[in-house]
Design a protein around this ligand. Structure first.
Ligand code: C2O
Ligand code: CU
Length: 437
């Protein structure tokens, strides 16, 4: 089926609480933008009109789409103010995805240029209800304007990423969430923050992880907390809870070597109402994920995420020793086994555009469960080994740190997926960097 959507990007007043209105940038006068929904296999046609005072480009994070639709300035000209662009692609995977600006991101995403994109499948487990939680944070001054700092503050922001002290769940400060007692719901979480690591907890209650970036995992995993890094998604099954219970959705502190110290934050309150019957049915087995490569598969590329001293900025963020690295091409249908090393003392959320990967090893060990990922945390001084298959979608792609300030500061690699039969594309690689001064 074809699904048509219109997104109009503009500036508008947005109430984050009874006390606060901010001047947001976003889609259809809403923060986050509208939830775009489709069924697995649908064709989405999304017309984006830009009524912002500056250019933009919209990226469809996690969707396996053709390169030309990826929404980066490597594959299209930015959409200038007053102009429109039509994105058109099929959604081959069910799961929780999102869309966001991929242009002057540190400003545009901070102001609200993001939204959820959910792809459903008939084979999804049955729940009593479903909720989407898009997590973000903002940093404002006393007049509720987006804060711009002095030199020291901007050095800190470049180092830590911009971490605001006001946490927004679906555009609201500390919302109250209702759920009926006795019921089990699917909660889809998206971390849209520039830099915040969310160690998700439901006041210590157990919940079950059922999906990650690339849809369902093989079987539910029971936990009391789950890490959600910038760009990442997690689907969980929650409940059943007892009548009149109240608890909070928390982001527990996580030390990622930032100047600004991390704290426990209550992001929302959950209120459990009167008991209702349940039709939810969560099977023991959700899906089968075939391993792309064994743990000892030979590595065919090594990538290094590092930081270096910079006279101008204090610190530079590097891939393979360079800012905005141009990495070697990969070829269609040739299995990729990459070792990605983080030699710095900070965490970096590694994101690959357009393709899912499997982490087959992390610091010598296989991960706890199999999953399709597009965003994965590179812990300080650590190495992961990933496997992925470039299917037949040639063109320019990229990987980068999803801390937006690190991405902007150069922590990214461009590469081309080449069809050997056709050879490299003649496409000129634009390379506007997203400067905003
Ligand atoms: Cu959500 Cu290039 O990223
Ligand atoms: Cu980073």
């Amino acid at each position: 089926m074809r699904r048509d959507y219109q997104l109009r990007a503009s500036e508008f007043g947005w109430k984050t609480s009874d006390q606060r209105i901010i001047s947001a940038w976003g889609f259809n006068n809403s923060l986050p933008g509208p939830v775009l929904k489709a069924k697995k296999g649908d064709e989405m046609v999304i017309r984006v009109k830009n009524d912002l005072p500056e250019a933009t480009v919209i990226h469809w994070h996690g969707i396996r789409l053709p390169a030309a639709m990826d929404g980066t300035d490597s594959v299209q000209e930015p959409i200038e103010p007053g102009q429109e662009f039509e994105y058109r692609f099929t959604v081959p995977d069910a799961g929780t995805f999102w869309y966001h600006s991929h242009f002057n991101e540190t400003k545009q995403m901070e102001r609200g240029m993001y939204g959820a994109l959910v792809v459903e499948d008939e084979l999804d487990p049955v729940f009593d209800d479903e909720k989407i939680f898009v997590i973000d944070d903002i940093k404002l001054n006393r007049n509720n304007e987006f804060k711009t700092g002095n030199l020291v503050q901007s050095w800190i922001e470049r180092h830590d990423g911009r971490q605001g002290d006001i946490v927004l769940i679906n555009g609201t400060e500390h919302p109250v969430i209702d759920i009926s007692a006795g019921q089990t719901e699917r909660w889809r979480f998206i971390n849209a923050a520039s830099a915040r690591y969310v160690r998700l907890s439901l006041s210590g209650k157990t919940f079950r992880i059922i999906g990650t970036d690339g849809g369902l995992i093989e079987r539910p995993v029971e936990v009391t907390e789950a890490m959600l890094i910038p760009g990442e998604r997690i689907d969980i099954a929650v409940g059943p809870f007892d009548e009149n219970d109240t608890f909070s959705i928390d982001s527990l502190n996580y030390n990622r070597m930032t100047f600004v110290k991390s704290k426990n934050i209550q992001m929302a309150t959950v209120r459990v109402g009167a008991i209702k019957p349940s039709v939810a049915e969560l099977p023991e087995r959700l899906r089968t994920i075939e391993l792309l490569a064994p743990q000892d598969a030979p590595i065919n590329r090594k990538i290094k995420f590092s930081v270096g001293a910079s006279l101008k900025h204090g610190i530079d963020f590097l891939v393979n020793g360079e800012m905005h690295n141009n990495d070697k091409p990969v070829y269609v249908d040739e299995l990729q086994v990459w070792e990605i090393a983080n030699t710095s003392l900070m965490d970096h959320p590694f994101h690959l555009h357009g393709y899912f990967f499997q982490v087959i090893e992390e610091n010598g060990k296989a991960p706890a469960y199999k999953a399709w990922k597009d965003t994965y945390n590179l812990k300080p001084k650590s190495k992961i080994k990933i496997a992925w298959l470039p299917d037949n979608r040639p063109g320019m792609w990229m990987y980068h740190c999803h801390i937006l300030e690190h991405h902007e500061a150069g922590m990214m690699g461009h590469f081309e997926v080449v069809d050997r039969a056709k050879g490299p594309s003649t496409h000129t690689h634009h390379h506007h960097h997203m400067h905003h001064h």
